[in-house]
Design a protein around this ligand. Sequence first.
Ligand code: FPP
Length: 260
Amino acid sequence: MLRPPPPTAIPAPARPELPWHIGIIMDGNGRWARQRHLPRVAGHRAGVRAIRQVMEACNDAGVHILTLYAFSTENWQRPRGEVSSLMRLFQETMDSEVDELDAKGIQLRIIGDRTKLSSRLRQKVDECEARTAHNRANVLNVAINYGGRSELVEAIRELAASGVDLRHLDEATLSAALYTSGLPDPDLIIRTAGELRVSNFLLWQGAYAELHVTDTLWPDFGPTDVAAALGDFGSRRRTFGQVTDPPRAGDDAAAGTRTG
Ligand code: FPP
């Protein structure tokens, strides 16, 4: 499992009530294009423009770790032309944006099984990661050929191959073998375009993430939508499975500490 370099620093959110790490399932590019009678790739291009705005809005709000779901392990089944357009777009975007990412102190990390990417794209990924690895202001993970299930299977295979006794495998060891090793789990996962699914995204890491789903299509998602998602997150009471109310008559005596 080829991983991105370990994060150089883990930037904290500006205020404790903000999510430390946001994951985003960017959906709706195709619908956005169809509404305008444009080819699907025009939706993906518009999606790249949205990324820039969203990164700025998150940074301005004080959230400094983002993970974007750009291409899943299942997306290879899309029409060949769309897949190659997306691969070209990843390459072009990394080429055109790396200087600015670096200038803004953003560490770029590509998560997913990169062995299936073309050698040219892999080389670009390596270059951009190396170029930005020293940055400390923000972390941007882009998931390309990423699937939560295959991430877990690969991590367990690697641990077994490296001699870890799987009978004693614990959560910390498995977490450290994932692509997101060294980063906090996402506190908030946003999904655009209305579907109520997690679609194989950060299955392990998102165990306790708050979910925010909006009907807005990804290319239209901008600073106002970021503010709405952060407001929604701020209104959630996170219990991590615990009972936080004071015990009442009739409750089990251990209720205040029970997890589920
Ligand atoms: C989902 O919309 C979107 C994708 C599968 C691709 C997302 C990729 C980008 C926004 C480009 C990212 C580029 C970089 C460099 C990070 P969809 O096509 O499934 O939309 P639909 O459900 O409306 O058809």
